[in-house]
Design a protein around this ligand. Structure first.
Ligand code: SAH
Length: 228
């Protein structure tokens, strides 16, 4: 009996892995993400395990899904697109704002050396930390708090990604970038529609900013974000 249920279990994992590879081919590689580090990471991380159990069957449909507390796990294509925009080659120190389910942090941890991630909703922070620990992502570090202030204790970062949309680029995050570092963040005056912005730190007081796409994220709420 025990053997039969173990077999059933790995069968599930195998079929999820097949669906995951198909999704990466169809929704990510075919739509223009070329970065091999990113594609490899997306093929590896079991997104189904970061979802509430009832939603696991939708893990590979390339859409955002609810994770509780009015928040969502991002669409896989967007996770891949943002990771590519961070221009990682391996070994970096990365900061993520908006851990949510922990899924994107897990993807980044397959590329970077250390991933620091901040989440303002306590329940999500606790769940994500437990999930990341359970799955063995030992290089992901999670803080419960307001990520618009960054995580100064571990700065500076090679790259920072924000998974929620703010009214402007938080100064604290710009300050926590290394020279040459990249900050990828949705910015918009509308709380639910944003432009994805990449900020490159050129020198201690010089930044270059470019718009790289239109996106829809949940609001970034905090001292340097939206107030509610
Ligand atoms: N990366 C996540 C997606 C999370 S959605 C994943 O892979 O599942 C965005 C998250 O940002 C939400 O969980 C929301 O609670 C969080 N958030 C919003 N404002 C924040 C802030 N100021 N600091 C930290 N997290 C914030």
């Amino acid at each position: 009996m025990a053997f039969a249920s173990r077999k059933g279990h790995s069968g599930d994992a195998d079929s999820f892995a097949a669906l995951r590879n198909e999704m990466v081919d169809r929704d990510i590689a075919a739509r223009g993400v070329r970065d091999e580090c990113v594609l490899r990471a997306m093929r590896k991380v079991p997104r189904e395990l970061f979802l509430p159990e009832g939603l696991r069957e939708f893990a590979y449909e390339d859409s955002p899904l609810p994770i509780g507390a009015d928040q969502t796990i991002s669409q896989p294509y967007i996770v891949a697109f943002m990771a590519e925009a961070m221009m990682l080659t391996g070994g970096e120190r990365v900061l993520e704002i908006g851990a949510g389910s922990g899924y994107a942090a897990a993807v980044l941890s397959e590329i970077a050396a250390q991933v620091y991630t901040v989440e303002r909703v306590r329940k999500l922070a606790t769940q994500a930390a437990a999930k990341l620990r359970e799955l063995g992502y030992g290089n992901v570090h999670l803080l419960h708090g307001d990520g618009t202030k960054g995580w100064p204790e571990h700065a500076p970062y090679d790259a920072i990604v924000v998974a929620a949309g703010g009214p402007q680029v938080p100064e604290s995050l710009k300050e926590q970038l290394k020279i040459g570092g990249r900050l990828v963040i949705p910015v918009g005056i509308d709380q639910r529609v944003q432009e994805l912005v990449r900020v490159l730190r050129v020198s201690s007081n010089e930044y270059q900013r470019e718009n790289i796409g239109d996106v829809r994220f949940v609001p970034l709420i905090g001292e340097e974000g939206w107030t509610t």
